[in-house]
Design a protein around this ligand. Structure first.
Ligand SMILES: [Zn+2]
Length: 317
């Protein structure tokens, strides 16, 4: 499905506002998207401003692709999630956009999570918005509107996004060009892109996934090695509670796959399929295992000893 069609379904308010303003060529100089998962919608607006093919972004032309890759001459991108936005960042935008256009179309700056800006940066931004330059467009996102200066808000077309859906997050993750297993796991365990960003291409995530595979393999085929393997690999490499909880959640998804594989449903870890197919376990037993893992995950959150709880789970599973 094209992103445009997905947006029409998932974010109908945003879609209608954009369609009307682009059709009538009354495009606001500044957009402020409020909500989680605003990343791709914000990029969609940027693409719509320069797309070669259509009123709203086609997502296929060269220009659209270059925005996605942050490789368009007149496009500046900042994300307050990675680093606080500072006054010199805003001055850089002003300086760049005072020069003549590189691409001969709109000049666009896209700033995500603008609530994470210093007061000085917000004030500079306000000045820029008060004296808009023809052909320069601002696209902002924030999760907390209360933390954005009201004077900035009043200069923007504010669009409240609907709660993010798994579908949109999946689309975003696919764009990050990661394995299908990873797209599935991350979109199951998180609700927005910023939350799972640090796991994309992370070595730890790959390691944990590997540990999930070995856990299931040991559980069904090398039962006698289970505890020692977990102690010498997983618990040696990951000592913090968060990682172990994350591991347990990933493990639950793998056990759930055991049902799915029997019923020819989509798997969270398609790459584990041949392992799953060798496993023959009663549905009731699988449910008991999942419950035990979830119970352990819950107990971990109440600040108990990681080692002890994991050992106890492995004896009982
Ligand atoms: Zn296009």
């Amino acid at each position: 499905m094209r992103y445009k069609d997905l947006l029409k379904q998932e974010q109908p308010i945003l879609y209608q506002i954009l369609l009307q303003s682009f059709k009538n060529q009354k495009i606001p100089h500044a957009f402020l998207l409020v909500g989680k998962n605003a990343r791709q919608s914000a990029h969609f607006i940027a693409k719509s401003l320069i797309c070669e093919n259509d009123i709203l972004a086609c997502d296929q032309c060269n220009e659209c692709r270059r925005i996605d890759e942050h490789n368009y001459g007149d496009f500046i991108y900042l994300n307050g999630h990675d680093e606080t936005i500072k006054k010199n960042n805003i001055e850089y935008i002003q300086e760049q956009f005072s020069k003549s256009s590189l691409e001969g179309k709109a000049k666009i700056y896209l700033m995500e999570n603008i609530e994470n800006s210093t007061v000085e940066a917000m004030n500079s931004l306000l000045k820029m918005l008060e004296e808009p330059t023809e052909g320069v467009f601002a696209i902002f996102t924030c999760q907390n509107l209360n933390r954005v200066l009201p004077t900035i808000q009043s200069r923007c077309q504010i669009i409240q996004l609907l709660p993010g859906s798994q579908k949109l997050l999946r689309e975003e993750l696919k764009k990050a060009d990661i394995a299908e297993d990873d797209v599935n796991v991350l979109s199951e365990l998180f609700t927005d892109y910023d939350e799972c960003k640090s796991y994309i291409d992370s070595e730890d995530f790959d390691k944990l996934k590997n540990e999930v595979y070995h856990f299931v393999d040991d559980l069904y085929f090398h039962r006698e090695n289970l505890i020692i393997d977990v102690q010498t690999h997983l618990l040696k490499d990951f000592k913090d509670k968060d990682s172990i909880q994350f591991f347990l959640n990933m493990l639950v998804l793998a056990l759930r796959d055991l049902f799915h594989v029997k019923h020819f449903m989509n798997l969270t870890y398609p790459s584990f399929k041949s392992l799953y197919e060798r496993i023959d376990d009663q549905e009731e037993n699988i449910i008991n295992k999942i419950n035990l893992i979830l119970e352990t995950e819950y107990l971990l959150s109440t600040n108990a000893n990681v080692m002890l709880l994991m050992d106890s789970m492995m004896y009982r599973i």
